[in-house]
Write a protein that binds this ligand. Structure first.
Ligand code: ACO
Ligand code: ZN
Length: 159
């Protein structure tokens, strides 16, 4: 990633910039309180990328408890990437990869044993990003999105 891009934790003052990027880049949008709730509960996994003090990307996640896969046994904590986006002009510079790396460190800090997310089956940049980071498709959710598109659930074991 370029030296001019800085990653840091989300602060409440960043909310409008993050909402702007979310609406510009993704059809899945949320109310203010949804962003703030994730920030308050999981500050280590809500990260923004800044270039020349302008926010160019974000990642926000949630820690959940669920049944283990990978033979880990019992209930485990899972890091769920709820949303990640980078402004079009900031793409293909490694920003999303850097955001994912920091968020995954936050998930490990919260004792998550695996990381998962849903991604549209036609989202080639997204699927390529996650594959590069070692995620695998674990299943397909038929008609997951409000427009009827299917989602891949992609998962990565954390250590
Ligand atoms: N085509 C092919 N591979 C790609 C592409 C692309 N357009 N974009 C990223 N990749 C893969 C490549 O392997 C890339 O490594 P490389 O550049 O060395 O080849 C790797 O991902 C890392 O790319 P980054 O530069 O870190 O990714 P970027 O900062 O451009 O952001 C993102 C990728 C977040 C998917 C961006 O395209 C975006 O914001 N898209 C719209 C929003 C979106 O789809 N978000 C994900 C939805 S799923 C969810 O939020 C859980
Ligand atoms: Zn999700």
């Amino acid at each position: 990633m370029q030296q001019t891009v800085k990653l840091r934790k989300f602060k409440p003052d960043d909310l409008q910039s993050v909402i702007h990027i979310n609406r510009l880049c993704l059809p899945e949008n949320y109310m203010d309180f949804f962003f703030m709730d994730l920030h308050q509960r999981f500050p280590e996994t809500f990260i923004i990328a800044e270039e020349d003090r302008k926010i160019v990307g974000y990642i926000m996640c949630r820690i959940e408890v669920g049944l283990a896969s990978y033979g880990l046994g019992g209930l485990i904590r899972k890091g769920h990437v709820v949303s990640i986006a980078v402004l079009p002009q900031g793409r293909r510079k490694g920003v999303a990869q850097a955001l994912m790396d920091i968020a995954i460190k936050g998930m490990v800090y919260y004792k998550a044993k695996l990381c998962y997310l849903e991604v549209r089956v036609t989202n080639d940049p997204g699927v390529a990003l996650y594959k590069k980071l070692g995620f695998e498709v674990s299943r397909t959710l038929k008609g997951y999105y409000s427009d009827g598109e299917d989602a891949y659930v992609m998962t990565k074991k954390l250590d």
